[in-house]
Design a protein around this ligand. Structure first.
Ligand code: PHE
Length: 341
């Protein structure tokens, strides 16, 4: 084994690598020198037959230097070929470097939350305050203060989630079944005129295509010395026109019953033209605040009068966008949610 042999092999490898014009040829050439039966590998194998340990050591070192040189030449050529490929692709326009990078998508507001914000904005623009109340209520605020005494049959109109707990005054706790407790809770903190809305989550034992165990409502309340049903009609009709951004909306007040309002009405609406036209749709409960509720607020029912309404935010969203199954709001399917960005 002579020094010049090694030098010759290194030079041969360098030539072979630079002659390789594609990665496959290059890797085959690599095998010829560095593979299991490659030329340099053969040298190393033969080294074992050398009887002199000193010679084995010095020769081994020389072979490794040569091997290193071959590897350097190989890697340089690999890089050159990769660069050539990239340049070729750039020249072919296969890579458009002006395209925006891939980034993680930003989220957006849930359609029901978009409704929530629109409702707040519309009522705020006509002088209503925005109030927030607890989702875990006492049965006093949820029922008793709203004129449904214990054992009153009206309580069973709503299937309630009771908690296995009581507040400090021994009142039963529950997930509020509507936002109406805010009629009393909010009004007690104010002096007339009391004019506000209270949107929020509510809970009932209910589950089908138009009901979900958790849903959102918005409570509206306006109490003063002379607030009449006509004001309710004006305010609510104006709200619907702003919310749906159309003026062909007919509104109807259908007599109904709620323990906390007297008289009470369901508010139905109808689009005059286009989609859903011709069909009355129930949109809200409403009524004139019951004297017993005014009393529980701490107001004199002979001096004060007003209205309340409670509307479902999912219901409003379904009507605005033409969604026919309420459960889709809670399935978190991006194919559905992306349509509301
Ligand atoms: N709280 C009633 C419900 O959940 C709606 C309502 C609110 C009715 C205010 C009258 C006045 O159905």
């Amino acid at each position: 084994m002579r020094l010049c042999d090694l030098k010759r092999i290194v030079a041969e490898a360098q030539r072979a690598f630079s002659n390789a014009t594609d990665p496959v040829t290059l890797e085959n050439e690599k095998a010829r020198f560095l593979g299991k039966t490659g030329k340099l590998t053969e040298f190393l194998k033969n080294l074992g037959k050398e009887p002199e340990p000193e010679v084995r050591k010095s020769e081994g070192a020389r072979i490794n230097v040569a091997k290193q040189q071959v590897k350097v030449a190989l890697n340089m050529r690999r890089q050159e070929l990769a660069d050539d490929l990239m340049n070729q692709r750039l020249a072919d326009d296969a890579v458009d470097v002006t395209l925006p990078g891939r980034c993680s998508g930003t989220g957006s507001l849930h359609p029901v939350m978009q409704t929530w914000e629109r409702v707040e904005q519309i009522f705020h623009s006509i002088g209503f305050d925005i109030a927030d109340g607890p989702e875990i209520e006492t049965d006093w605020y949820n029922f008793t203060a709203l004129n449904s005494p214990e054992n009153h049959p009206a309580r069973s109109m709503q299937d309630t989630f009771y908690l296995d707990a009581k507040d400090t005054q021994g009142r039963a706790l529950l997930l509020r079944t509507h936002t109406s407790p805010m009629q009393v809770r909010y009004a007690r903190m104010k002096k007339p005129p009391i004019k506000g809305i209270a949107p929020g989550r509510t809970y009932r034992v209910d589950n089908d295509s138009t009901h979900s165990p958790m849903f959102n409502q918005v409570e509206g309340l306006w109490i003063d010395k002379n607030i009449s049903f006509a004001d309710l009609k004006g305010v609510y009709t104006d709200f619907l026109k702003k919310f749906f951004e159309r003026s062909d909306i007919l509104v109807r007040f259908r007599p109904s019953y709620f323990p906390f309002t007297e008289p009470s009405a369901e508010i139905d609406m109808r689009f005059e033209h286009g989609r859903n036209a011709g069909r009355w749709l129930e949109i809200s409960g409403s009524g004139q605040v019951h004297p017993n509720v005014l009393h529980n607020i701490g107001l004199d029912p002979h001096r004060y009068i007003g209205f309340a309404f409670g509307s479902g935010l999912e219901r409003l969203t379904m009507l605005r966008y033409g969604v026919d199954d309420l459960r889709t709001f809670f399935e978190n399917d991006l194919r559905f949610l992306r349509q509301f960005i």
